[in-house]
Design a protein around this ligand. Structure first.
Ligand code: AMP
Ligand code: ZN
Length: 469
């Protein structure tokens, strides 16, 4: 498997630090609003990379953070007159709903910045002790950028160019910085802001330190893959490298993967310009599987344009796969189980070529666009060769292949069997009996089972009523 490494600007053979295992950190969203479709791109893309590596047999330890302390969260909390945690918890819950609808797997760990302050203080102290950071008069702690030899290696910038173009790097407290390139690790509290005690002042961490600390805590000093959108290369990931490598004396991440940006109608996504969609907006018009399919239709490093037409095309593309699987299921119920004929065996063998194509595409820096084309070819092959005269085993084999490849992409192409009315009623009856027998655990379990199928129960005077959600 080859991956494009932003560090070397080349495709490199992927060799994990530990055989059979992958440690992966993906920078997550700042939770002050519903996530937008741009935020969904790294989620979907790196979830697909994870699924593919798991399919190849790797055990993937996947960590993705929620940035739950930040200026925008604090601003919104002050506007609503609530604690910032009310805002962040609300949008973490909403983000999780969107992730579920996009079929993005739960990370192994989803740490939150506010839960990791002790670790941040510890790493900042290590950086101060090693001479890589210093405390200004007001208690702000700065990273001494020039003290880190490798600064600029990820973004391929050189320090002197940065300095000459560095006016914008002079932010508040600039007069206390020893060098305009230095960046904040810890800043003093301001009126109306949450703060934590620290050896330097009551305050809160800068943004970059959280990822260095969470990555170290949950994955170790060295990790295989660090990923996020390309806007994070500089300064966020460059600063993470400076912090982690100076603190741990080890190379931080072996492979740095960055997704290209998503634009809308060929323009930068912008709330004020009115071209901006949340994932929730899209869910009003489409099943979010369509959005997932849309994201996979391009290579993750390319810029991706979002438009109504392209979404329609994605819907049609996904429908082709779903319809094929549904037809195969229909035929499977109809035909006899007569075993596979010699001709069907040969066809099944022939269809392996699509799996090979799929794997080759994914092995080539997760080329999901070509991988999806391989699924289409397989669908076409199945549609051509499966007829009402086909044997059950052959139809099953075709269906299993389509579902397996779709599944690696996180695409749900097979509708779940609906629970029958008679089954619902039998379960409701059993629940009533369990309640009478005071077996509330079983009664609750039945309610949950039905809820998972989208069946809502209502206890009325006339007995239990139910409806589909
Ligand atoms: P943020 O909440 O802005 O820190 O973003 C969370 C993740 O979404 C980061 O990996 C960003 O790089 C990524 N991201 C934000 N906007 C876009 C976009 N328009 N296209 C692709 N990725 C984006
Ligand atoms: Zn990060």
């Amino acid at each position: 498997m080859k991956v494009f490494n932003t560090l070397s600007r080349q495709k490199e053979e992927f060799v994990p630090l530990q055989e059979g295992k992958v440690s992966m950190y993906v920078c997550g969203p700042t939770v002050y609003n519903l996530i937008h479709i741009g935020n969904a791109r790294p989620m979907i893309i790196f979830d697909t990379a994870r699924r593919y590596m798991e399919h190849k047999g790797y055990e993937v330890n996947y960590v993705s953070n929620f940035t739950d302390v930040d200026d925008k969260i604090i601003k919104k909390a002050n506007e609503e007159g609530v604690d910032p945690s009310v805002i962040s918890e609300r949008y973490i819950a909403e983000c999780r709903k969107d992730m579920e609808a996009l079929n993005v797997k739960e990370a192994t760990t989803h740490p939150k910045a506010t839960q990791e302050i002790d670790g941040m203080i510890e790493m900042i102290q290590t950086l101060i002790d090693k001479g890589h950071a210093y405390v200004a008069q007001d208690g702000t702690v700065y990273y001494r950028t020039r003290s880190f030899q490798g600064y600029g290696k990820l973004s391929h910038k050189n320090l002197d160019d940065l300095r000459s173009g560095g006016r914008s790097l002079l932010v508040s407290g600039e007069d206390q910085k020893q060098d305009p390139l230095d960046f904040v690790l810890w800043k003093p509290k301001k009126e109306g802001e949450p703060y934590w005690e620290s050896p330097w002042c009551d305050g809160r961490p800068g943004w970059h330190i959280e990822c260095s600390v969470m990555s170290k805590k949950y994955l170790g000093d060295q990790i295989d893959i660090h990923a996020g959108g390309e806007d994070l290369i500089f300064p966020h990931h460059e600063n993470e490298i400076a912090q982690s490598e100076a603190a741990n004396d080890k190379e931080f991440a072996k492979y740095w993967l960055h997704n290209g940006f998503l634009n809308i109608d060929n323009k930068k996504m912008s709330k004020s310009a009115g071209n901006f969609f949340t994932v929730r907006d899209i869910s009003e018009k489409y099943d979010l599987q369509v959005l997932r399919f849309f994201m996979l239709s391009a290579h993750y490093r390319s810029p991706l344009n979002f438009s109504a037409d392209l979404m329609e095309a994605a819907k049609n593309g996904l429908d082709r796969i779903v319809t094929s699987v549904s037809n195969l299921n229909y035929l499977m119920d109809k035909v006899q189980d007569t075993g596979m004929s010699a001709q069907e065996k040969a066809l099944t063998e022939e269809a392996q070529v699509f799996i090979k194509k799929f794997d080759e595409a994914m092995d080539d820096d997760f080329n999901t666009a070509d991988a999806v084309s391989a699924i289409f070819e397989l669908v076409k092959f199945a549609n051509t060769h499966v007829t009402e005269q086909s044997g059950k085993a052959f139809i099953q084999a075709m269906k299993d292949e389509i579902v397996m490849l779709s599944d690696i992409c996180g695409l749900i192409v097979e509708k779940k069997e609906e629970i029958l009315d008679t089954e619902i009623e039998a379960l409701i009856q059993e629940r009533q009996e369990a309640r009478k027998a005071k077996n509330f655990a079983r009664a609750d379990e039945i309610r949950d089972t039905l809820a998972a199928q989208g069946i809502i129960l209502e206890d009325t005077r006339e007995g239990v009523k139910w409806k589909r959600a």
